[in-house]
Design a protein around this ligand. Sequence first.
Ligand SMILES: Cc1cc2nc3c(=O)[nH]c(=O)nc-3n(C[C@H](O)[C@H](O)[C@H](O)COP(=O)(O)O)c2cc1C
Length: 366
Amino acid sequence: MSPERSNESREVKAIKVGGIEIDPPIMLAPMASLTTPSMRTVCENMGCPFTFTEMVSVDGLVRRPQKLLKFIVPSFNVARPYGVQLVGRKKEEMAEAAKIAVDAGVSVIDLNMGCPAGKVVSGGNGAALMKNPVVAGHIVEGVVRAVGDRVTVTVKMRIGWDENSLNAPEIAKIAESAGARWITVHGRTRGKFCSGPVNYSEIARVVDAVRIPVLGNGGIVDGESMDRMLDETGCAGVMIAQGALGNPWIFRELRAKLKGEEHTFKVTLNDRRYMMLKHFELYMREGRDVARAVREMRKHLGWYSKGVYGGASFRRKIFRLTDHEDVVHHIEALGAVEKCLSSESVGSRQKAGDQLDRKKVNSTQE
Ligand SMILES: Cc1cc2nc3c(=O)[nH]c(=O)nc-3n(C[C@H](O)[C@H](O)[C@H](O)COP(=O)(O)O)c2cc1C
């Protein structure tokens, strides 16, 4: 590790570009079908300074702007600046979609060069663009030219397609000279999708290759893992994805850490139930029909209930429910002592010689 990357000399400053200030430089990553307005709102409310929509596929949608606009929506904190992420490979379509997004009021247009999904890369989109630096450069250039300095254009990429083509520094330099204002690097190759170890040294190579801010992404789940990303890569900020699932409080922790404030807050069972109800309420307001909203919200509730006393049985129950009120009822009852003392649970727990641990009931982590 170079001396500049040591913990002592680290200084993480706000990112200020194109009239927005991201302070501290922590963002919620785009996640398909997850970072809808409700998730972005609860993360913002817990201190996340900047969020992205889920990825929007431009393919064929530019001729149907009404459909495109359905995805380009702010969080429920409507005045907050936010970013949209576009995926596509046709320069003209990307530029057209970018203009629609600008008119819809976004502050940042992020270009996806990291999506690993088969149906995306088979069309030459997402992470496949890393194999085609010329096209990647043309897309950034075309979008920057289309939106001028009205908004900030950024790129999110991986460290490479595979271990034999770790070319993120090359793509980052191309993006920088085409006008991108920051680069996010997910420290895994396309082949690794979204799990496994993060390659910090490849992110560091990108930091060294460009003058614009580089955001480190991958494996950040708490203050310690954020410190590791910042220290080992020298990146200017971080982007959080899976670490925020069922845990919007992560932003309060990371924010306090970067601001040098003490962080003693523990997430209680009540906090968790409150957040589930709030997220659910906002999800219902996103405009889907009730049955679909209830079905789609299950995954979030599953993440929120991880590690909670009674969480497994809660998940089994809600995954069968279709009625909104029934789910709300189960959230309100989650982890309640009375529930644990029901004859069924006492019976099975006593059989296992397991005593009810009230401390465990009150804390939410297993
Ligand atoms: C369910 C899911 C959906 C995702 N969707 C997108 C997406 O639409 N656009 C994108 O650039 N990355 C997407 N990603 C990748 C994340 O933004 C992030 O780069 C990756 O998960 C690594 O960060 P993490 O280790 O903090 O999760 C997605 C990841 C997951 C798990």
